[in-house]
Design a protein around this ligand. Structure first.
Ligand code: GH3
Ligand code: MG
Ligand code: MG
Ligand code: MG
Length: 289
């Protein structure tokens, strides 16, 4: 695990890190709790935080809270508080502040290792649940909910500095692929198109439903997104699938939009959808923005 340890005493930090490092953990130690919080915020690889209650300038309980808040739905973080004064009140306050576990300071090696094994079980399970909850099982792309959430966050960041563009893609006359070649071949086609999107992405790729996909492209202008959609359109026409009655070829239509000041992710998606509708009604196999 990547573990951050916070304690005012360098000696305590050295002891704990001496216990953990030989066990294969990556350990970063801090005497300053604000620096520790910044580090945990910036490093998503950190999966455990061990902190004393007696730390500064942010107190141990507040550090727990702040770390718990940033370890939101897609960030498992196991928090263990340590105190040399173990009493019911300290323990209850630590747990109520978002700590997952409590340990004496200094911890006995056996106890520390056992608690970290529990942490590994818990964060491993959370990671797997998050992955399952966010992934479209047919294609491996983000599912609709996760895509909208992640793209929304990306749009919020874009709001601060720059731009984000959106591509919506929908396979043309897909119903006839299913009708002529069966649902399994249809699924293979969906997976093939998803793979192309992943190759192009450099951003966030999601399956919004059926045979409809979305790409959110942070940092890309409308022209760049149009060019990306153009490449995808071409590659879709070049895909070949083995169907029940010979090879299957497909085309897809694309709607492109770019974020403008004050717009929500919903607004961005809506404009891409309108463009996609126009691509459908003006002949399909085209990019409209
Ligand atoms: P258009 O060019 O207007 O998009 O026509 P279309 O036939 O692609 O559009 P429509 O939305 O009418 O049909 C989409 C079809 O996709 C209907 C549905 O049976 C099929 N579909 C939805 N989800 C899946 C899936 O997971 N696998 C397969 N094989 N087919 C699916
Ligand atoms: Mg349709
Ligand atoms: Mg379609
Ligand atoms: Mg559709």
């Amino acid at each position: 695990m990547h573990i951050v340890v916070v304690d005012p005493s360098r000696v305590v930090l050295k002891v704990i890190s001496g216990l953990l490092t030989p066990r294969g953990h990556t350990v970063d130690t801090f005497t300053d709790s604000r620096e520790a919080l910044d580090f945990v915020t910036d490093n998503a690889s950190v999966t455990a935080l061990i902190t004393s209650l007696e730390v500064r300038p942010i107190g141990g309980l507040e550090l727990c809270w702040s770390a718990r808040l940033l370890a939101d739905a897609h960030r498992p973080l196991y928090i263990i508080t340590m105190s040399s004064a173990r009493n019911a009140r300290n323990l209850a306050e630590a747990l109520d502040s978002g700590s997952d576990d409590f340990i004496d300071k200094p911890p006995s090696p056996e106890e520390l290792y056992a608690r970290l094994r529990a942490a590994e079980r818990m964060t491993g399970m959370q990671r797997e649940l998050i992955r399952l909850a966010e992934t479209d099982s047919l294609t491996g792309l983000l599912n609709r909910r996760a895509f909208l959430q992640r793209a929304g966050e990306a749009a919020d960041r874009a709001g601060a500095h720059g731009r984000i563009s959106m591509i919506l893609a929908d396979i043309d006359q897909f119903k006839s692929v299913n009708d002529q070649h069966g649902h399994d071949v249809g699924d293979t086609v969906i997976r093939g198109v998803a793979q192309e999107l992943l190759t192009e992405a450099g951003g966030l790729a999601g399956r919004l439903g059926g045979e409809e996909f979305a790409l959110a492209l942070p940092g890309r202008t409308l022209e760049e997104a149009e060019a990306a959609a153009g490449r995808l359109r071409l590659r879709c026409t070049q895909l070949r699938f083995k169907g029940q009655r010979g090879p299957v070829q497909i085309t897809a239509s694309f709607g492109v939009s770019t974020w403008s000041e004050g717009e929500t992710i919903g607004g961005l998606l809506k404009r891409a959808d309108i463009a996609l509708y126009e691509a459908k009604t003006t002949g399909r196999n085209r990019v409209v923005s």
